[in-house]
Design a protein around this ligand. Structure first.
Ligand code: GLU
Length: 491
């Protein structure tokens, strides 16, 4: 049987980490086995579904690099791919089940159902529909309809029946039907429920493997019952474990960003997220943690998807993202960084060629320090303002050194008199200052670093000088000179 898998999001809000992981696992599985990846939209929750959310999800899938072979926007043999446009199909199969008696119309009101629920709760029994409308006579039905009651359609769950799910991740799971109760497959407004529509879609689209989140495991017996009732082949199921936060409770907003677009906005790269998501529940075995999409395709298998919950480790995501930021092409990272610098008000587009080259130098300098691109504005701040704050105690101590005023003065004179600063030129000037004043290494570099950046640690000093340029360096050295004079005065 050819591999055909699907991702079927409900467009009811932001696209979450968990959904993206389900999409990725399906995509990897399809690509690994030369199968077909289908994306369709489960929008039967009319109140909560929006086109905007649908667009967001599809854009995020594309951004992550998860293209689909059939489905929404791309078309295919099973169009349409939005459930609200497939209502006729669901109605047809609901009729089939009604005709065979495997489904029936139920006229119970909300109040009646609530009363039943209460009664069951009071008795300490499992809450379920007990089948009041299971065997209505045609006369009784006619009377209820005449009274204006709008029926739902319920599936007749067989009694004394146990359903086995051979889940590819969780192994054998069995469900006793006596706990299920006749469930609704079509609501009174004619809209199918998830459990019904999903089966019709999975069958008509010839889905071979249903790979989805663990929270749908309890829906699976209902879906299997419908497959069986319609005499259809049941796909394989693979339910992927929950994603937990560091405190081991279900991942939620409380633990930080949960939506893919939030990560995108912060400047996480798609390849970092894909790499990270793949390791949430799947492991290739071995120590390696950095995988490109191609490598993931090569290694992915459901056998190595874990039954136990995955823990969302932001440090690991940051580490991976930092890795990809450092190894991606400088041109690409610069292109992305520009929008953050622009948002911070540091630059405005269009950039001249010279300015672009300068920004590229800046990005090359600071990208090693970034967990995500958004952080570039902090690291770049010193290049956009001449005002340097010296706040660390260690930095103040350094500036109180006896040699400092002379070092700053000598360097300032050289920088001002010399040609435009380059990395090599800066190195030379620092060396010359050392030689002239008879001061060595640290005694020069540290105060100059503090004078230029306010900090005791950071990127390569020569490169910082080249980026700041003559005026930038001279201004800061001057300021720092005044600062040391104040320090002296106080001492
Ligand atoms: N619309 C469901 C969800 O977003 C999909 C469930 C399924 O894959 O069967 O969770």
């Amino acid at each position: 049987m050819p591999v055909r898998v699907r991702f079927a999001p409900s467009p009811t809000g932001p696209f979450h980490i968990g959904g993206a992981r389900s999409a990725l696992f399906n995509w990897l599985f399809a690509r690994r086995y030369g199968g077909t990846f289908i994306v369709r939209i489960e929008d039967t929750d009319l109140e909560r579904s929006t086109r905007e959310s649908e667009e967001n999800i599809l854009n995020a899938l594309r951004w992550l690099g998860l293209d689909w072979d059939e489905g929404i926007q791309v078309g295919g043999p099973n169009e349409p791919y939005r459930q609200t446009e497939r209502l006729d199909l669901y109605r047809r199969y609901a009729d089939t089940l009604l005709e065979s008696g495997q489904a029936y119309r139920c006229y119970c009101t909300e109040e009646e159902l609530a009363a039943e629920r209460e009664e069951l709760l009071e008795k300490g029994e499992m809450v379920r529909y007990r089948g009041r409308c299971r065997n209505l006579t045609p006369q009784a039905r006619a009377a209820l309809e005449a009274a204006g009651r709008k029926p739902v359609i319920r599936f007749r769950v067989p009694e004394d029946y146990v359903i086995q799910v051979n889940d590819l991740v969780r192994s054998e799971v069995s469900f006793d039907c006596s706990g299920i109760g006749d469930f609704i497959i079509v609501k009174s407004d004619g809209i199918p429920t998830y459990n019904f529509a999903v089966v019709i879609d999975d069958h008509t689209m010839e889905i071979s493997h249903v790979i989805r989140a663990e929270e749908h495991l309890s829906n699976t017996p209902r879906q299997i019952l419908i497959f069986e009732a319609l005499g259809w082949q049941i796909p394989e199921f693979a339910h992927v474990s929950l994603i937990l936060g560091q405190d081991r409770s279900k991942m939620s907003k409380r633990h930080g960003a949960t939506a893919i677009e939030q990560y995108q906005a912060k400047g996480y790269l798609p390849e970092a997220l894909v790499n990270f998501l793949a390791l949430l529940g799947w492991s290739p075995g071995g120590e390696e943690e950095v995988f490109s999409l191609e490598q993931l395709v090569e290694h992915f298998s459901l056998e190595r998807v874990s039954k136990s919950p995955a823990v969302f480790d932001l440090d690991k995501l940051n580490w991976l993202n930092g890795h990809y930021i450092r190894t991606a092409s400088l041109e690409r990272i610069t292109g992305l960084a520009i929008s953050y610098l622009e948002k911070a008000g540091y630059i405005s587009q269009p950039l001249t060629a010279k300015k672009y080259e300068w920004v590229t130098m800046l990005v090359a300098l600071v990208r090693d320090y970034l967990d995500c691109l958004e952080e570039i504005t902090d690291h770049a701040a010193i290049f956009f303002s001449d005002k340097i704050d010296i706040e660390e105690d260690e930095a103040r101590e350094i500036m109180a050194g006896n040699q400092v005023p002379a070092v700053l003065e000598a360097l300032k004179a050289k920088v001002t008199a010399g040609p435009a600063l380059t990395e090599a030129g800066a190195r030379l000037l620092l060396k010359e200052v050392g030689k002239e004043l008879g001061v060595k290494g640290k005694e020069i570099f540290m105060p100059v670093r503090v004078a230029l950046t306010g900090k005791t640690h950071g990127p390569d000093l020569n490169r910082i000088m080249a980026i700041l340029g003559q005026t930038g360096v001279a201004n800061r050295l001057e300021q720092a000179g005044a600062y040391t004079a104040v320090l002296k005065g106080r001492a």
